[in-house]
Design a protein around this ligand. Structure first.
Ligand code: ADP
Length: 532
């Protein structure tokens, strides 16, 4: 366990390429090793089996030639069985060795495993090599006899310690009618048949040599394969990992602050390709967020600077006594200061609203609203802000019930109507028109006959701090004009699951159209709008 842990720790500390190389190489060693062992073992088995086959065939052939079962043995002959056996064995041995060579050992065994004859193979002269002798233990013979499916061959060591292939063959025996005698020298089988086993043995030298040659070839082959693998693995892995390395390099630079950099996305849409593309999307969003944040800070400081400058200037004049004790001048300065403070307050309120919307902290109530009453009241309040423009309000009588936040709806409409008032000269018209579009949609339209918005500016009016004509709206006499009104309106409308659009033509006028969903409030629907 501990060992396994330290191994995986050591592996984890390596770089990916070395980990991959090690794993691949280890697998290759294992597989090639297993394959070599399998091949050489199979070869050995096949060679041994075919050798055993040759021996068995020969033994059977010889046995039929010398079939002793045809001879009816007398009791005396049975008692002298060893002699007969020896005779038989010698006959068989010479016949077999003539065909298969001197290295084949031939002997006869009793069924109990006793050797009936002990001679075999090679040479007879005193200068000849002593014969190979393979003595199987009685238990081996018994096991062989009692095995359900007798194996084709046995392996044993001969008197020289040389591995030898042994086959045993029951040879058909004496007449069944012969009385069984329990003579200590003679193996007795109650069946009366198959009194003896013919044992042929042959050293496996040739087979062993063939197998070791194969093993050597396999070993050299495996070593060569591993050498090739070792030289190719790392370069190939490096090639496959090149996009990753490149990504690592670029992402380090991105992390250091170069947010405009992007990873090169590999053509293949594999894991690395998808990773690169996701990473790029993430960086793009980060970059956009940073740009927005920078612009936001710059815009806010800019917005604060104007009223602060105004305030500072007026205060300085008052301190220096520029009003000369004149009540009117003093009032003008103070009211200027007051409107600058108001402007800052509005900016702070707007910023707070936007921040809450961004954070998802602004909770919109979801109550049934009497749109008719709300809009008429609002219109009346807004009349006080008009300076020569005609403000009318038309609300269809059969509006479906709208569930929403009255404060926020008021804020949306105030922002839009204030814009209309700001950009519509005296004598112009501003119309608020509310009607239903089907049973599920309420349409609010604010039309003015003001200066309109240029086609270049129109797509941007919902952006934060965007002003189509900054010089105009920065005039201290004008209230608000921080470029936040429409963006707040849009976010609030969308929080009500509605839509807002603006159409405008320079010199003709502007129309803002909102569509709000008017679905009936279900009994179980929440009192607040869900936040995304
Ligand atoms: P602000 O608070 O400065 O009015 P808004 O977000 O409400 O900012 O509007 C953005 C810009 O869109 C304004 O500065 C103005 O140039 C233009 N705009 C909005 N409404 C109208 C309108 N009814 N007529 C002409 N221009 C408009």
């Amino acid at each position: 366990m501990g060992r396994h842990h330290s191994f995986s720790h050591a592996l984890a500390r390596l770089s990916i390429r070395w980990r991959l190389a090690l794993i691949l190489f280890g697998l290759l060693v294992l597989l090639l090793g297993a394959l070599s062992i399998l091949v050489s073992a199979t070869e050995e088995q096949t060679l041994l089996a075919s050798q055993a086959n040759v021996l068995t065939n020969e033994a059977q052939l010889v046995q039929t030639q010398l079939q002793p079962s045809k001879v009816r043995l007398s009791q005396a002959q049975i008692l002298t069985f060893p002699e007969i056996a020896k005779e038989m064995s010698t006959g068989m041995a010479s016949a077999i060795q003539t065909t298969l060579g001197q290295s084949v050992g031939v002997s006869l065994l009793s069924f109990t495993g006793n050797a009936l004859t002990t001679d075999s193979g090679q040479g007879t002269g005193s200068d000849a090599l002593p014969a190979h002798r393979v003595i199987l233990s009685q238990s081996t013979v018994q096991q062989w006899l009692s095995a359900r499916s007798t194996p084709a061959y046995l392996l044993a060591n001969d008197s020289y310690g040389q591995r030898t292939l042994v086959i045993l063959l029951p040879i058909a025996a004496w007449d069944k009618t012969v009385q069984q005698l329990d003579n200590s020298n003679v193996a007795v089988d109650t069946s009366g048949y198959r009194k003896a086993l013919l044992q042929l043995s042959m050293p496996t030298t040739a087979i062993d040599q063939a197998v070791s040659t194969t093993r050597l070839i396999l070993l050299l082959g495996v070593l060569a394969a591993l050498l090739i693998a070792a030289t190719l693995t790392l370069p190939l892995i490096n090639l496959a990992l090149r996009p990753l390395v490149e990504m690592e390099r670029v992402s380090a630079r991105i992390a250091a602050g170069s947010l405009s950099l992007r990873l090169v996305e590999p053509l293949a849409r594999d894991e690395i390709g998808r990773l690169a593309s996701t990473f790029n999307q993430m960086v793009a969003r980060l970059e956009a967020a940073f740009v927005r944040q920078k612009r936001f800070v710059a815009d806010v400081s800019h917005e604060l600077r104007t009223p602060l400058t105004g305030l500072g200037g007026s205060l300085e004049m008052l301190l220096l006594g520029a009003d000369n004790g004149d009540v009117e001048t003093s009032y003008r300065l103070k009211s200027g200061m007051y409107s600058e403070v108001e402007r800052m307050q509005r900016l702070v309120v707007d910023l707070l609203a936007l921040t809450r919307l961004d954070d998802g902290h602004l909770q919109l109530r979801r109550e049934s609203l009497d749109l008719h009453a709300l809009l008429c009241e609002l219109c009346e309040q807004m009349q006080e802000l008009t300076s020569g423009q005609v403000l009318t309000c038309q609300v269809a009588p059969d509006l479906p019930t709208f569930y929403g936040d009255s404060d926020q709806l008021r804020r949306i409409l105030v922002n839009i109507i204030e814009n209309a008032l700001k950009f519509t000269p005296a004598g112009g018209r501003i119309e608020l028109d509310v009607s239903s579009e089907g049973a599920k949609c309420i349409r609010l339209e604010i039309r003015d006959t003001g200066s309109g918005i240029s086609p270049q500016a129109l797509p941007h009016v919902f952006e934060r701090f965007y002003r189509a004509d900054p010089s105009r709206s920065r005039q201290p006499s004008q209230i608000g004009g921080s470029g936040l009104g429409l963006s707040i309106a849009k976010e609030l409308v969308e929080a009500h699951q509605g839509t807002i659009a603006i159409a405008s033509q320079l010199g003709v006028g502007t129309t803002v159209t909102m569509r709000l969903p008017a679905h009936a409030k279900q009994t179980d629907s929440p009192d607040h709008w869900p936040r995304e």
